[in-house]
Design a binder for this molecule. Structure first.
Ligand code: ADE
Ligand code: ZN
Length: 336
């Protein structure tokens, strides 16, 4: 009989990136939204990306099928079911409100739909959750500030803010004001940095935005002083290996710096980013790196421990301790 999957937290997951082709077509039919693809096979064939921007173009276009509160609830519930099957015990879920409000879907529709699914996740799937609202860095600082204002009535559902979308040319400092305002509201802070952008963006995210975790952070490895700082300050980096291959941040999985980052003493975690587009959920990412980079059971267990350490569970340390105990008690099997 198959052993249960290694318990883990997923900390870098865009809910819109969990939109599987089958659900996209079902929602398109339900909402009468035309899609420029004949069927799921033709859509999947389009998942051949040259870089981050070529992915984002399709990712934003396909969101057109998401219109009602029920759509967002169905999307999140489908993710949570798949994640639970791969050992996820805690998920911190990103969403991109501006990608929806810009097409006329109200902020409240998005957050109430997602919130409903996340609220029921513990009972339905045995997964605890947090919701993190990301600002699109290729939109203006004013638009981010307006989005934070829209979020105000819903802050009971939102744990933190993040920063995503096209990185190069959009340095973190552009969003200093909105991140300061978010901190004033008691929100946690994370940002994508060093995915395609330079190490300087990682430093700026820490120093100007005050982020507590860096999403990706791959290119920090180009700057030994920055690496030393990230190690010293125990700043978690949420890596997404299959995403990095699909978006060509690395040539092949064998070239991925995950092992080098662990060896450097960095607090790294493994995540799926946009699993419907990149060929796998978080357990698939664990399997892939374990196989190609030769990570043994103890190294995989260390990654799982890191994920719970880096999770925003300060309001529930008992739960964090329980999850860490589950990792320690996991049967010693090479599988993740
Ligand atoms: N939005 C969704 N996935 C993303 C990624 N990998 N980088 C930046 N923005 C994103
Ligand atoms: Zn991401």
């Amino acid at each position: 009989m198959a052993l249960p999957a290694l318990p883990k937290a997923e900390l870098h997951l865009h809910i819109e990136g969990t939109l599987e082709p089958e659900l996209a077509f079902a929602l398109a039919a339900r909402n009468g939204v035309p899609l420029p693809f004949a069927d799921t096979e033709e859509l999947r064939a389009a998942y051949d990306f040259a870089d981050l921007q070529s992915f984002l173009d399709l990712y934003y276009a396909l969101m057109a099928v998401l219109r009602t509160e029920q759509d967002f609830a169905d999307l999140a519930d489908a993710y949570l079911e798949r994640a639970a099957a791969q050992g996820v015990r805690h998920a911190e879920v990103f969403f991109d409100p501006q990608a929806h409000t810009a097409r006329g879907v109200p902020f409240g529709t998005v957050v109430e739909g997602l919130g409903r699914a996340l609220e029921g996740a513990e009972e339905r799937h045995g997964v605890s959750t947090r919701l993190i609202m990301c600002f699109l860095r290729d939109q203006s600082a004013e638009s981010a500030l307006a989005t934070l204002e829209e979020a105000r009535p819903h802050l009971d559902r939102i744990t933190g803010v993040g920063l995503d979308s096209a990185e190069v040319g959009h340095p973190p400092a552009k969003f200093a004001e909105v991140f300061a305002a978010a901190a004033e509201l008691g929100l946690r802070r994370v940002a994508h940095a060093g995915e395609e952008g330079p190490p300087e963006y990682v430093r700026e995210a820490l120093d100007v935005l005050g982020v507590e975790r860096i999403d990706h952070g791959l290119r920090a490895m180009e700057d030994p002083e920055l690496v030393a700082r990230l190690v010293r300050e125990r700043v978690p980096l949420t890596l997404c290996p299959l995403s990095n291959v699909r978006l060509r941040a690395v040539d092949t999985l064998a070239d991925h710096p995950l092992r080098a980052m662990m060896d450097a003493g960095l607090l790294v975690t493994v995540n799926s980013d946009d699993p419907a587009y990149f060929g796998g959920y978080v357990g698939d990412n664990f399997h892939a790196v374990a196989g190609v980079l030769g990570l043994g059971p103890e190294e995989q267990r260390a990654l799982a421990r890191n994920s719970f350490e880096a999770a925003f569970l300060e309001d529930d340390e008992e739960r964090r301790a329980r999850y860490l105990a589950e990792v320690a008690a996991h049967p010693r099997d090479p599988r993740a």
